[in-house]
Write a new protein. Structure first.
Length: 95
């Protein structure tokens, strides 16, 4: 309720999205883009999101480049992935 949806977003080239079962994970990659949504959140909500994303253990939080929107903070998966888990279209449950 405290987050304001800005709209759809797409990373600059250099990211990949992986199907990790119950959730997706984004990582830096030689090539590829990831599609998602961007939200504006109050600073005091960041610790709650960090806990939800298991930051800094499972995910790192980094500024990444977005097409048409500059930069945004994103959670990047720190674990090991396989090529078979990669979502070639860079989308997770988006129409």
């Amino acid at each position: 309720a405290e987050a304001r949806r800005i709209g759809p977003a797409r990373t600059v080239d250099g990211f990949a999205l992986f199907d990790l079962g119950e959730f997706p994970g984004m990582q830096r990659a030689a090539q590829g883009t990831v599609y998602g949504e961007i939200y504006e959140i109050p600073a005091e909500l960041l610790p709650t999101l960090d806990a939800y994303e298991d930051y800094p253990t499972l995910f790192s939080r980094e500024a990444i480049g977005l097409l048409d929107q500059g930069q945004a903070l994103a959670y990047l998966f720190r674990g090991t992935t396989t090529p078979a888990e990669r979502l070639g279209d860079g989308r997770w449950g988006l129409a």
